[in-house]
Design a protein around this ligand. Structure first.
Ligand SMILES: C[S@@+](CC[C@H](N)C(=O)[O-])C[C@H]1O[C@@H](n2cnc3c(N)ncnc32)[C@H](O)[C@@H]1O
Length: 298
């Protein structure tokens, strides 16, 4: 089940706000349809941003998220952004791969993060200079650097001294954070994801960046072992709350840690929960998104 589709019907005047909320929550693709359409011609799919806005009175919005996205977390986050929404308006289904899902990759350009780090699409040759470059094909996994939460985590990694460190990236998606850590000097990294397709994408990207021998990849149920020197997790607020004890066990005393995937407004509950195991907590934001960072208590 490579993708999770979330569909909901909105009135025409609600559509821009719903679309913005779905986008903020990390939807990889959003398409629109006339909710009252009866014939196949009338059911044509409309891609926002292409052509004119539809004038239908009621609109079905179909948003695609990566497989493994937490449905409950998504429902909660959407209810916060759109308080008028009833949870039973939301329909989830698993959908298969299709080529059009990669169309967004045309938007994928070289991007700088922090002082040294660059993310390059795999098919663009980087210049030969001192910058630290990760060459990436996210494939069908989340994590190209274009999402604010990924950017927050990349900038945080860029600001650390990672020389020789062992890093855990929980919810690794394309492997972008783990591979960036390795390119920034980490000695080894562990990527964990509950979507097997993400682990495949991470392995392919590690090969592409000549770090495969230093990156170990696990499903959550297979993940155990020595706590790490540095811990990063970019998932949604719901699972971040649930997984706090697991993360605490996976970070050495004193280890720098960062979590993201948190919407503005969701941070206070997580700060309270994480304070049991982590200290020197701080909050940084980008657009509507939050990163919490700090250190594992000694
Ligand atoms: C928002 S993406 C982050 C990808 C990448 N690390 C980045 O920063 O761009 C979250 C990833 O976490 C994975 N995920 C979600 N819930 C998880 C869980 N409970 N355990 C492990 N992985 C999870 C998803 O499959 C997805 O690949």
């Amino acid at each position: 089940m490579p993708w999770l589709e979330l569909s909901l019907i909105a009135r025409a005047e609600q559509q821009p706000r719903v679309e913005e909320a779905l986008d903020d929550l990390g939807a990889i693709s959003i398409t629109l349809q006339d909710a009252d359409a009866e014939t196949p011609d009338e059911q044509a799919i409309f891609e926002p941003g292409v052509g004119e806005l539809p004038l239908w009175p009621t609109i079905t919005l179909n948003a695609l998220f990566e497989a493994g996205t937490d449905r409950r977390g998504l429902t909660e986050a959407l209810s916060e952004l759109l308080p008028w929404l009833e949870p039973d308006q939301l329909n989830f289904r698993d959908v298969a791969d299709e080529d059009w899902e990669r169309a967004w990759m045309d938007q994928f350009k070289p991007m700088p993060f922090g002082k040294r780090l660059w993310i390059y699409p795999w098919n663009i040759e980087p210049p030969e200079d001192d910058s630290v470059v990760v060459r990436l094909d996210p494939g069908l996994a989340f994590g190209s650097g274009t999402h604010p939460t990924t950017a927050l985590c990349l900038e945080w990694l860029d600001g650390l001294n990672l020389a020789g460190k062992r890093v855990i990236d929980f919810g690794c998606g394309s492997g972008i954070l783990a591979i960036a850590a390795l390119k920034l000097g980490a000695g080894s990294a562990i990527g964990v994801d509950n979507d097997p397709q993400a682990l495949t994408a991470s392995a392919d990207n590690a090969e592409r960046n000549d770090v495969a021998d230093r990156l170990a990849l696990f499903l959550p149920e297979d993940f155990a072992g020595e706590p790490a020197d540095v811990f990063v997790a970019n998932i949604l607020a719901g699972p971040l709350g649930d997984l706090a004890p697991t993360f605490a066990a996976a970070a050495k005393p004193g280890a720098p840690f960062a979590i993201s995937g948190i919407l503005q407004g969701q941070q206070d509950e997580l700060l309270a929960r994480y304070a049991e195991w982590f200290e020197a907590l701080r909050v940084d934001t980008r657009e509507d998104w939050v990163r919490i960072s700090g250190h594992r208590r000694a």
